[in-house]
Design a protein around this ligand. Structure first.
Ligand code: NAP
Length: 244
């Protein structure tokens, strides 16, 4: 993929991995639009990177998604890259959690449904432009889940499978479909838990090398090892991640 002169929408571009993706593409001279719920955080990021556009949007809300699509169609009809990066992670136990229905709905909607919807709703715009790509961010937890976040892990496994099947549908079309499978990364999402985390910048450096080479599945850092172990000894990879 060409890394310059693109118009790129990054969901969750105000924090963590999304912010690192923004920084990297910004330095390379791309037009960037970021989306998140917290308008203050969006504005703070815009102060640091004045040429970006920001759009406040809760991706679990259909009216907000509709507004985002109109905003893109009217202002950025040259959009050629979509990074589906926004997600949340709830850690809870099904034996004790009280608010189960709301949590399930919100997490599946934020992590999975919104990604699938944006792939479909932004496809007409992306197909009109050159060097077009969709990049979905899943997780090493798509390979083997952890006990503390069953719905998060399910949403990431679903993103992995959706991305593959969607890629099959895009074969022979001017749109490439990529997936990033991060290991544990030092971001607000993982604050106070996990160890041996890589920085978002390390992740993005590795991804950029893969992206340049059109590598469709970008297994980052320890996710590469996890994939290998899972292929030959799946019970071992499950055991490694279970209490992660
Ligand atoms: N960190 C890790 O170890 C790790 C590992 C594997 C995969 N990942 C994946 O990497 C991606 C980025 O994660 P991160 O660690 O960078 O998380 P993060 O720092 O918590 O950032 C999440 C971003 O998504 C936005 N967001 C969350 N819910 C949203 C919603 N309903 N609508 C719109 N925007 C929303 C947040 O902004 P607002 O709060 O303002 O909405 C924020 O900008 C996620 O897909 C995550 O699953 C992370």
């Amino acid at each position: 993929m060409k890394l310059t002169d693109n118009t790129i929408l990054i969901t969750g571009g105000s924090s963590g991995i999304g912010l690192a993706i923004l920084k990297s593409f910004y330095q390379l001279g791309n037009k960037i639009i970021i989306v998140a719920r917290d308008i203050d955080k969006l504005k703070e990021v815009q102060i640091q990177f004045p040429e970006i556009a920001i759009f406040q949007c809760d991706l679990t809300n259909q009216t907000d998604i509709d507004g985002l699509i109109v905003f893109i169609e009217q202002n950025y009809s040259n959009l050629n890259m979509l990074f589906n990066n926004a997600a949340i992670q709830y850690n809870y136990d099904f034996l004790t959690e009280q608010n189960i229905v709301n949590k399930i709905d919100y997490e599946v909607s934020a992590n999975l449904t919104s990604t699938i919807k944006l792939c479909g709703l932004l496809l007409p715009v992306l197909l009109k432009n050159e060097n077009s790509a969709i990049v979905n961010v899943s997780s090493g937890l798509a390979i083997s889940p952890k006990k503390s976040a069953p719905v998060y892990c399910a949403s990431k496994a679903a993103i992995h499978n959706f991305t593959k099947a969607f890629r099959y549908q895009m074969e022979g079309i001017n749109l490439k479909v990529f997936e990033i499978l991060p290991p544990i990364v030092e971001t607000p999402m993982t604050e106070g838990r996990g160890k041996n985390k890589i920085s978002p910048e390390e992740l993005v450096n590795e991804f950029m090398n893969d992206f340049k080479k059109n590598k469709e599945e970008s297994y980052i850092g320890k996710s590469k090892l996890l994939k290998f172990i899972n292929r030959i000894l799946p019970k071992i990879s499950d055991r490694i991640l279970k209490n992660g």
